[in-house]
Design a protein around this ligand. Structure first.
Ligand SMILES: [Zn+2]
Length: 92
């Protein structure tokens, strides 16, 4: 007799309908939670990269090859990113 195995927990069912119902009731919530975890990880990865980029921008600001206007622009941009970052971390 054919069995329908749950791909999440390995439990077997006689009918696909029973399996579908089991997956819906037992695993749907867990799946959503897992997805949220991945998104959070992505976000914190992004934040780390942004912090790194701000560091690079700040390093560039003291470069002797830049004009005053360019330095000012870099300063404004890095400040803007920092504000965005602070906002993102507050709303988390
Ligand atoms: Zn299952």
């Amino acid at each position: 007799m054919k069995e329908y195995k749950c791909k999440y927990c390995g439990e077997t069912f006689e009918k696909p309908l029973l399996l579908a119902r089991h997956v819906r009731s037992t695993h749907k919530r867990a799946k959503t939670r897992e997805k949220r975890g991945v998104e959070k990880e992505k976000l914190s990865d992004q934040i780390n990269r942004t912090i790194e980029a701000i560091g690079i921008l700040k390093g560039l600001q003291v470069s002797p090859n830049l004009s005053q206007g360019e330095k000012k622009l870099l300063q404004e941009v890095s400040q803007g990113i920092e504000e965005l970052l602070a906002y993102t971390q507050r709303s988390k």
